[in-house]
Design a protein around this ligand. Structure first.
Ligand SMILES: C[S@@+](CC[C@H](N)C(=O)[O-])C[C@H]1O[C@@H](n2cnc3c(N)ncnc32)[C@H](O)[C@@H]1O
Length: 417
């Protein structure tokens, strides 16, 4: 996961600070699925007498590290070298309280998009090897929430039992192209201490057909039913939250097509981060590291003055903006996002905000790089959380034009936060 937030109290004719936080590290028997191993985290001992972990105790110890492109750090997960670089960088901008919270070092990834290749008898589910189109099968991924690995194992079993053909990129043939697994850790029927480890997985199957009326749809439904029968609500493992289908026939690298169908299980998927309940449809962007995102949001909230007027650019389903709206009692929150699929989740999240909240909240489907100044005008705080490619030059220019000076004088003092 890479998250870049910029929280800028704006002031005409001044230069703005960039606050960047990046958090990475990165046999089902068909009818008796195996419980995933317990989550451990030897580097996160909160006891006061705790001695600093060595780089070896904080090593990834993942059998897939060499072949899989997912993680870039093997050692010193609790303190990657880039943290010092980032700390120094922010000092040069006058930001002296940059902190790094690694949160979980293993089992942190609650959302994964994985390619499905190989054959029905030997399916491979994982990520591309660096610079190739070969798939690294990663059944023991240490970054994944263990329930994702368990769901992948069940899916493989289903592929084999039902003779589902994984996608063949060269030929454009096969049925199952990708799978997105998203874990919700918010189950209020469980004590708080048990919720994370017992997360449930929303499975989105990317199917190689135009829609649900294609001849292969019977197999798609059979696979969804298989996952539900062997991992759904009524099973002991209670692993699968729901199953969705996405239909994609394009030969480009875009994972999802435009057509989505809910197949089985709960249609609504809720998580609790930044102090609010958030709804996330599989078609909307969701942060991969739920715990780190929560911690980041709580930190971000302290930088935003009460009653502020906020614009959240690259907003997805508006989680950052809405969390600020609720926790900082903002006067106005505008969320700007290009993917129209995110709007529905935004709407559901808004419905669960406190009724007493006196905030003008809106969501706009727009490309932030087109006339970006129009979004910035009237906002005291700008939040940006762009995709990995970063901010478009037109937005950078607009931010420079609008820029603020006195970050320090605008930000509340530590004790006041
Ligand atoms: C890293 S995600 C952040 C989403 C959201 N802030 C969150 O935390 O859930 C980046 C988002 O930017 C959106 N996006 C990408 N390019 C965009 C653009 N030019 N204008 C507006 N949104 C864009 C993507 O669809 C995606 O939802």
């Amino acid at each position: 996961m890479a998250s870049t937030f910029l929280s800028v109290p704006l002031h005409p004719s001044s230069s703005f600070p960039l606050i960047t936080c990046r958090t990475t590290t990165t046999n089902f028997a068909s009818r008796t699925p195996r419980e995933p191993p317990p989550l451990t985290s030897v580097c996160q001992n909160p006891n006061p007498g705790f001695t600093a972990p060595s780089s070896l105790t904080c090593s990834l110890q993942c059998p897939h590290f060499q072949s899989c492109s997912g993680c870039t750090h093997e050692y010193n997960l609790h303190h990657p070298a880039i943290v010092d670089e980032a700390t120094d960088f922010f000092k040069t901008l006058g930001v002296s309280d940059f902190t790094f919270d690694s949160c979980r070092l293993w089992g942190w990834r609650c959302r994964a998009k994985l390619a499905v290749r190989g054959s029905s008898t030997e399916p491979l589910i994982g990520l591309y090897q660096e610079g190739t189109h070969n798939i690294a099968d990663i059944p023991e991924c240490k970054a994944h929430h263990p329930r994702i690995n368990a769901a992948v194992e069940l899916l493989k079993q289903g592929i084999s039992d039902l003779c589902i053909e994984p996608y063949d990129e060269d030929q454009g043939t096969g049925e199952l192209r990708y799978v997105q697994m998203a874990v919700t850790t918010y189950d209020t029927s469980l004590p708080v201490s048990q919720r994370y480890q017992n997360g449930k997985v929303q499975v989105a199957l990317v199917w190689n057909s135009r829609n649900e009326n294609s001849p292969s749809s019977e197999k798609l439904n059979a696979l969804a039913n298989y996952l539900w029968r062997n991992g759904g609500r009524r099973t002991k493992i209670n692993l699968i939250h729901s199953v969705w289908a996405n239909f994609q026939t394009s030969t480009n690298n875009i994972i999802f097509g435009n057509r989505w169908r809910h197949l089985i299980g709960d249609a609504e998927f809720w998580e609790h981060v930044g102090g609010i309940d958030v709804s996330l449809a599989p078609s909307s962007f969701g942060q991969a590291n739920t715990k780190a995102f929560d911690s980041l949001l709580r930190k971000l909230q302290k930088y935003v003055p009460h009653g502020a007027s906020v614009v959240d650019l690259y907003a997805g389903a508006g989680v950052i903006g809405l969390s600020l709206a609720a926790m900082r009692k903002c006067r106005l929150v505008k969320c700007v996002e290009v993917n129209r699929e995110s709007k529905m989740s935004f709407g559901k999240t808004v419905e669960r905000l406190p009724a007493s909240l006196d905030c003008s909240i809106s969501w706009h489907q727009a490309d932030t790089s087109v006339e970006p100044l129009s979004w910035l005008v009237g906002s005291e705080v700008v939040v940006v959380d762009p995709p990995r490619k970063g901010l478009e030059p037109s937005l950078v220019d607009a931010l420079r034009t609008m820029s603020s000076v006195e970050l320090k004088s605008k930000l509340p003092e530590r004790g006041q936060r």
